[in-house]
Every structure is written in structure tokens, then in C-alpha cells.
Write a protein that binds this ligand. Structure first.
Ligand SMILES: Cc1cc2nc3c(=O)[nH]c(=O)nc-3n(C[C@H](O)[C@H](O)[C@H](O)COP(=O)(O)O)c2cc1C
Length: 196
């Protein structure tokens, strides 16, 4: 009763949405990915720094290069998902900052002139954007399978560069046969929330 979001949308995004481990062959189009991005890009980040970068792995050759860096148990689903996205944090996001924050362009030099400060901010804010992206995949009627079970250095070397840190690899598609593990419990409100 307290939520204004339509209950069907609540189910689509959260209650009935699951992390898929198998997928059908139905393709995921560039138009779908663009629609997802054009929705979730409005999710908030600090100073609007928007450090998420996405590499879509579409080619068979790219898929092969990616699978070899995945943990053993993640390989079959990474090999067979219709689309796989590598989500990364751009540690040099400050270059875009004056354009992204036109009312406060000094933020670039005031807060982000040092690389460690940028890495810390990029890690947090790109992770936030990765979460928005997963929910966006669900909003498109698709299932996401995020994974961090991989050789991060290998993925960085193979697909990114020294300025981009891998955050997660996400399988995307329509869920296939036996797509889910049993739903695991979640912590209750009382276990998580305190009020002072
Ligand atoms: C950041 C992140 C990393 C994950 N890494 C893996 C992984 O390497 N392998 C895997 O099988 N599942 C992985 N998962 C899937 C989680 O176990 C799953 O999303 C969680 O248990 C909730 O499942 P549910 O959506 O079906 O309730 C990952 C999920 C997230 C969000």
C-alpha cells in the first residue's frame, strides 16, 4: 500500500525477477541494450560522474576470449547467454566531469586530481550504475546473470586498459530451462534497519 509503483512492475523488477543461470536462444538486440541504457543513465551518481563503461561481447571470437577468464562454474552460462556485457569503472571519468556537471566544473580539479580519489569514487559510483543496469535489464523483460567469479586481471588485459577496472560480467537474455537456483532468503527489515 505504501509503494506507488504498479505491483506488476514491482514483481517484474524485484519480487519475481531472478538471477538466471540458463538462457533461451532469443537474441538480445542493440536496440534493447540502448533502451536499457537510456533508462538507467538517469540513476544518480556523485557529482553526476557517471563512471560506468560497458563492453558488449557479441562476436564468437570475443565470447571465446571472455569465457577463458571466467571461473569454471560460470563458463557454460557465459558461453551460451545471448548477450554478455562486461561492466567496468572508468578511473579517468574526471575528463568528462566538466561536461557532466556544467554548474560546478571546478569539481574535476578540486576533488579528482589524484588517481586514488578517482579510483575510490569510480568503484562506488560505477557499482551503483551496475545495479541500475541490472534493474534496467529486468525492465526490458529480460533476465540478468551478474558474475564476479572471474580473473579480473585477465579480463582487464583482454578487453579493457589500465584506466578501466572490471566490476562484473552480466549474462543477459530470456531465462531458459532450470534457470534458477532455489530463491535464497533475504534479511528482514528488522535485521537491517536501525533508527536513531
Ligand atoms: C555482483 C554479483 C556477483 C555475482 N557473482 C556470481 C558468480 O560469479 N557466479 C554465479 O553463479 N552467480 C553470481 N552471482 C549471482 C548471485 O548469487 C545471485 O544474484 C543472488 O544469489 C540472488 O539470486 P536471485 O536473484 O535468484 O534471488 C552474482 C551476483 C552479483 C550481484
Amino acid at each position: 500500500m505504501s509503494l506507488v509503483l504498479d505491483p506488476a512492475a514491482q514483481d517484474l523488477l524485484f519480487r519475481e525477477a531472478r538471477t538466471a543461470n540458463t538462457f533461451t536462444d532469443e537474441p538480445v538486440t542493440d536496440e534493447q541494450v540502448q533502451a536499457i541504457y537510456d533508462l538507467v543513465k538517469f540513476g544518480p551518481t556523485a557529482f553526476n560522474q557517471s563512471p560506468l563503461r560497458v563492453v558488449l561481447v557479441r562476436s564468437a571470437e570475443g565470447r571465446e576470449r571472455l569465457v577463458q577468464h571466467m571461473a569454471e562454474g560460470n563458463r557454460p552460462k557465459t558461453a551460451t547467454a545471448p548477450l554478455v556485457a562486461i561492466l567496468a569503472a572508468d578511473n579517468e571519468f574526471h575528463e568528462e566531469l566538466p561536461a557532466l556537471l556544467p554548474h560546478f566544473p571546478q569539481a574535476k580539479d578540486l576533488f579528482f586530481s589524484e588517481r586514488p580519489a578517482r579510483e575510490s569514487a569510480a568503484g562506488l559510483n560505477a557499482a551503483l550504475q551496475a545495479a541500475y543496469f541490472i534493474i534496467g535489464v529486468r525492465a526490458a523483460g529480460l533476465a540478468a546473470g551478474p558474475m564476479t567469479g572471474y580473473d579480473a586481471a585477465g579480463i582487464q588485459k583482454e578487453f579493457l586498459d589500465g584506466d578501466h577496472t572490471p566490476l562484473m560480467v552480466v549474462n543477459i537474455g530470456k531465462p531458459g530451462e532450470d534457470a534458477w537456483f532455489p530463491r535464497s532468503p533475504r534479511l528482514s527489515f528488522d535485521e537491517v534497519v536501525t533508527t536513531v
